[in-house]
Design a protein around this ligand. Structure first.
Ligand SMILES: [Ca+2]
Length: 138
């Protein structure tokens, strides 16, 4: 059983995937994923649609909690992601632009699915923008 303090801390840091292979080596973003220490959140079922914290609230995977993280990470340079490791989870398309990970492309995805409900396609369903995945972390 996890000690409470460890669990509390683990809510705010990037949790590396235990098996380190949730993302397929054939994925376009595989090398970047490895470079960022294989963030498990990139393999959450709805992360590529905006589920940044890999948790649902009232049946909705993309909520205000995700929006708050997205707002913090939006348009920030990659160097700030090193001191805010959870921000890499806000990189929805697993792609960067001009040294930034969370850009207008990610915002357009987030807007499309924010509070959309339960009909959000999993990240391995069309429109596919990330993956393929070997399995999902959540
Ligand atoms: Ca991005």
């Amino acid at each position: 059983m996890k000690k409470p303090i460890f669990f509390l801390i683990s809510l705010f840091i990037t949790i590396p995937c235990i098996a380190d292979d949730c993302l397929s080596e054939t994925a376009r973003e595989y090398d970047i994923w490895v470079q960022w220490d294989r963030p498990c959140c990139w393999c959450c079922r709805y992360q590529c649609r905006g589920d940044i914290n890999c948790a649902s609230f009232l049946g909705k995977p993309i909520t205000l909690s995700d929006l708050n993280i997205f707002k913090a990470a939006f348009n920030q340079h990659e160097e700030y992601f090193l001191i805010n490791p959870g921000w890499i989870c806000a990189d929805l398309n697993h792609d960067g632009f001009l040294g930034k990970r969370v850009t207008l492309s990610d915002l357009n995805i987030f807007k499309q699915y924010f509070f959309f409900g339960s009909n959000i396609p999993q990240c391995d369903e069309p429109p596919i923008i990330t993956g393929p995945y070997n399995w999902f972390c959540d």
